[in-house]
Design a protein around this ligand. Structure first.
Ligand SMILES: N[C@@H](CCC(=O)N[C@@H](CS)C(=O)NCC(=O)O)C(=O)O
Length: 204
């Protein structure tokens, strides 16, 4: 059995979404944030960083959304339908988009989130950096998505989970309006039955 340590409300719902897409059995241990939006100390009993998602699987503990997704696909994909493409360029593109969401794409959104909690005057250098980087990253995703239904083509693939998380965060921060293709994409991915099941089971 897979145990997911899920912190409400946050990115671990996207790990649960992958488990739902893959049709895997799992249990949830749900934590609520404290009054300043941080994880409670009990999450450090699951993993020293005290962040979520963390999963217990196959007798060990694993953290980091991208690593968890890669592990699930490598070791728990019953019929191989979630595997990356076998050819070198296809594999490289899939892997880049899998890891990009938690790396370059997320960093400026985190800055923006923290800035939104700061009293005025906001630090100008950080504000300028965050705005410029958000435009760069969202513009890059929208250009790559273009008129495709999903990030890597007409079919859903695992990197769509992280990219949807980025779009979701951008939407939450009021940054998605200039990117209509990303807004439509988010609508499309969020309407998947597996995502809805993940939302229902976790509470967000
Ligand atoms: N890069 C990590 C980020 C983990 C992370 O920062 N999770 C947030 C939840 S969205 C968290 O646990 N925050 C609570 C805290 O830092 O107190 C991943 O992909 O899993």
């Amino acid at each position: 059995m897979i145990l997911v340590h899920h912190l409400r409300i946050g990115r671990s719902v996207f790990t649960v979404w992958l488990l739902e897409e893959m049709g895997l059995d799992y249990e949830l241990k749900i934590y609520d944030r404290n009054e300043i939006g941080r994880a409670p100390p009990e999450l450090k009993d699951a993993h020293p960083l005290g962040k979520s998602p963390v999963i217990e699987i196959d007798g060990f503990t694993l953290s980091e959304s991208g690593a968890i997704a890669a592990y699930l696909i490598a070791h728990h994909d019953k019929d191989g339908s979630f595997a990356p493409p076998g050819d070198k360029p296809g594999w490289a593109e899939w892997t880049q988009w899998l890891h990009y969401s938690e790396a370059s794409a997320f960093a400026p959104l985190l800055l923006k989130l923290l800035l939104s909690r700061e009293q005025a005057p906001k630090p100008a250098l950080i504000s300028m950096f965050a705005s410029g980087e958000i435009a760069l990253q969202l513009g890059y995703i929208q250009d790559f998505l273009a008129d495709k239904a999903f990030i890597l083509g007409e079919n859903f693939s695992v990197p769509d989970i992280g990219i949807s998380y980025i779009c979701h965060m951008a939407d939450r921060l009021g940054e998605l309006a200039p990117y209509p293709k990303l807004a439509a994409y988010l609508e499309r991915t969020s309407s998947r039955p597996a995502f809805k099941r993940a939302m229902e089971r976790t509470g967000g």
